[in-house]
Design a binder for this molecule. Structure first.
Ligand code: KIV
Ligand code: ZN
Length: 521
């Protein structure tokens, strides 16, 4: 009998773990509101399963998973749990209000992981039996994963998968935790498990790949060809180290090459670019320009020969249309005479559905930008939205005034007023350049020991009046946070990004340190 969540034979379920595996990549931490917003967009896009978080990790994770579960409409909502009753109970408490809840429990099965957990093979089999049975008594939709499956002995892997199926797992996920496998091996492993494990035909097999060798997309698709019917992935391939399988890549590959990969997904691909931009903005992880599908250059045809070919027949160099992923044909948008309705409709097209009060705030910012900049492009609006969302948080620190003196005569100095917890405080500080002076002023007003890990500046569009987007990553006692901001003044954008990172650090400090899912057992 097939599992109750089994897809049709030609249907591949899309399991998005941006909010769990993606968010656990250092510095990608999202706020509660951002997680809810991303989950709503994933649900609307047609993602089958949203892994919303790791409920036992912290009160914040629990609250986010429960609220996402309550707000869910069509997607199954999944919470991660290690192989113990406490984790599983907490995951169930968080997901149980979803229309379609799922518990995902896992344990590391490879020799390296068995050494860490200090369990013998027998003890681990017993643990899997007990924990999956417990999860299944709570929920009829249980996913089980042998972490580091691709480095687990095949005999033992067959045994643990059989144990989980007998205990009631409905989905068996095969993770390539360290991105070690290759396409043929990925396919062979899935084919072997489906052919040789008793009860394999009763469950759905899933593939969960990491991109350490740049093969996550190829490995996921190879697993599907061998019989897996669920792909685990993240938007933009967000994830620790080299990231996870990118949702947009596997979905578009199966759509564009449906002739040789005849599988369907329920994804509305026109929502891809909006989600990609939102995830980049809230995680602070910019998309590389030449990234497949969602990179800035993915549909840009700059060389003369390409442009000529494109004008004659767009299929000469395009295997998919920009509109397939939700990109509008033109990027020149509006100017200072554009109205509120035009802005709302343009933002909706870019993936931002705003409530009236949010629109009012963004409209004021848009007018200020249009006064400073002759032409406002899509990318300018996206930068503006990034900036607006940063400031919409529970910010304890805000920049009230910043004036910087810079030029050939050192030292440069910054005159800064911050509003901290409602109180204005002013300082003048010097530094080696205007950004350094501004950062020193922030440090003087908000003393902290966080270390600057990354400072990155990008021009949003061409031209000397272009906005700059700045990302700042800070590290303090192992907590890593990212802040981003945009402004036509690079120094102002830098100071705002720094302050945004500090605000996030304060939230993290107050929430305490969440447990990592890697602290196995
Ligand atoms: O990569 C991995 O093994 C994981 C598991 C928790 C499924 O993310
Ligand atoms: Zn993973």
């Amino acid at each position: 009998m097939p599992s109750p969540t089994a897809p049709d034979q030609d249907q591949v379920l899309i399991f998005d773990t941006t909010l769990r595996d993606g968010e656990q990549s250092p510095g990608a931490t999202m706020t509660h509101a951002e997680k809810l917003e991303i989950a709503a967009l994933l649900d609307e896009m047609g993602v089958d399963i949203i892994e919303a978080g790791f409920p036992i990790a912290s009160e914040g994770d629990f609250a986010a998973v429960s609220e996402i579960a309550m707000a869910s409409r069509n997607s199954m909502i999944c919470g991660l749990a290690r192989a113990n009753f406490k984790d599983i109970d907490r995951a169930w408490e968080a997901v149980k209000h979803a229309v379609r809840p799922r518990i995902h429990t896992f344990i590391g099965t490879s020799p390296l992981h068995r050494e860490i957990t200090k369990l013998t093979q027998e003890e681990m089999v017993a643990r899997i039996h007990d924990t999956v049975t417990h999860a299944r008594n709570l929920c009829d939709n249980v996913q089980w994963s042998p972490m580091d499956a691709t480095r687990t002995e095949h005999d033992y892997l067959r045994r643990v998968v059989e144990t989980a199926i007998k205990a009631g797992a409905t989905t068996i996920n095969i993770p390539d935790t360290v991105g070690y496998t290759a396409p043929r091996e990925s396919a062979d492993l899935i084919a072997m498990l489906i052919a040789e494990v008793p009860g394999a035909d009763e469950v759905t097999f899933a593939t969960h790949c990491h991109n350490d060798l740049g093969m996550a997309t190829a490995n996921s698709l190879a697993a599907v060809e061998a019989g897996a019917r669920q792909i685990e992935c993240t938007i933009n391939g967000l994830g620790e180290r080299a990231g996870n399988t990118a949702l947009e890549e596997v979905v578009m590959a199966m759509r564009v090459r449906n002739d040789i990969m005849p599988y369907d997904t329920g994804i509305d691909t026109t929502k891809i670019i909006g989600l990609s931009r939102r995830v980049a903005a809230v995680s602070g992880f910019a998309v590389q320009p030449n990234k497949a599908i969602v990179g800035k250059n993915a549909f840009a045809h700059e060389s003369g020969i390409h442009q000529d070919g494109m004008l004659k027949n767009s299929e000469t160099f395009e295997i998919m249309r920009p509109s397939d992923i939700g990109l509008s044909e033109t990027s020149l948008v509006m100017g200072k005479h554009s109205g509120r309705a035009a802005l709302r409709s343009k933002l909706k097209n870019l993936g931002y559905d705003l409530a009236d009060n949010q629109l009012n705030d963004v409209f004021v910012r848009f007018k200020a930008l249009a006064d400073r900049k002759k032409e406002v492009y899509d990318d300018d609006l996206i930068a503006l939205m990034t900036d607006a969302s940063v400031e919409a948080g529970n910010d304890r620190i805000r920049i009230k005034f910043l004036r910087v003196i810079c030029g050939t005569e050192a030292p440069q100095s910054a005159d800064l007023t911050l509003t901290i917890d409602g109180e204005d405080r002013q300082v003048t500080a010097q530094g080696d350049g205007p950004v350094d002076a501004s950062f020193n002023a922030v440090k003087a007003l908000v003393p902290h020991k966080a270390r600057l890990q990354l400072y990155e500046v990008h021009a949003v569009t061409a031209g000397t009046d272009a906005q700059a987007t700045v990302s700042v990553r800070l590290e303090e006692d192992g907590r890593i946070v990212t802040g981003s901001s945009a402004d036509t003044d690079t120094v102002v954008a830098s100071a705002k990004a720094y302050v945004a990172a500090l605000n996030r650090l304060m939230v993290r400090r107050a929430a305490g340190d969440p447990v990592s899912y890697k602290d196995v057992i």
